[in-house]
Design a protein around this ligand. Sequence first.
Ligand code: NI
Length: 176
Amino acid sequence: MTIRRVLKMGEPLLAQVAAPVQRFDAELDTLVRDMDETMRSLNGAGIAAPQIGVSLRVVIFEVADNPRYPNVAPVPYTVLINPQLTPLGSEQAEGWEGCLSVPGLRGLVPRYTHLRYSGFDLHGVPFERTAHGFHARVVQHEVDHLDGVLYPQRIRDLRNLGFEDALGARMTPMPD
Ligand code: NI
């Protein structure tokens, strides 16, 4: 396993539409292990393959019990390949997001509150889940990376984009 360099906003690969995974092989296994190690080294809640320079439709995420987000239910460690998202209803909510590719900043981003997602696990086995609140937010953020979208593009009012250490109390915990 290798901790890989995380691309930053402005690097062209982050703006590309990533290609579907075709083979569930050892190469994919290595990619996911590198993503895992890189995410953990930076205390991220999730990471997408393009963030380490690989333009494939692979994301991983995990939300462990976090004292900063006391109302957020934990999300199990998930490897999600070739994902499809289906919003359940039109309800959206705004919450503060950060991104390993946009270090030091946070922004207030609207996301669907309820959705269904499906895709394949690391072994190519299809699965499907419903998610709401923070879980749904994380999935939407990560899958956006596969379509070349970073969260600042989703902010409705750019006054709600700022440096983490400057936002202070405005940056309330994400609603669940
Ligand atoms: Ni991100």
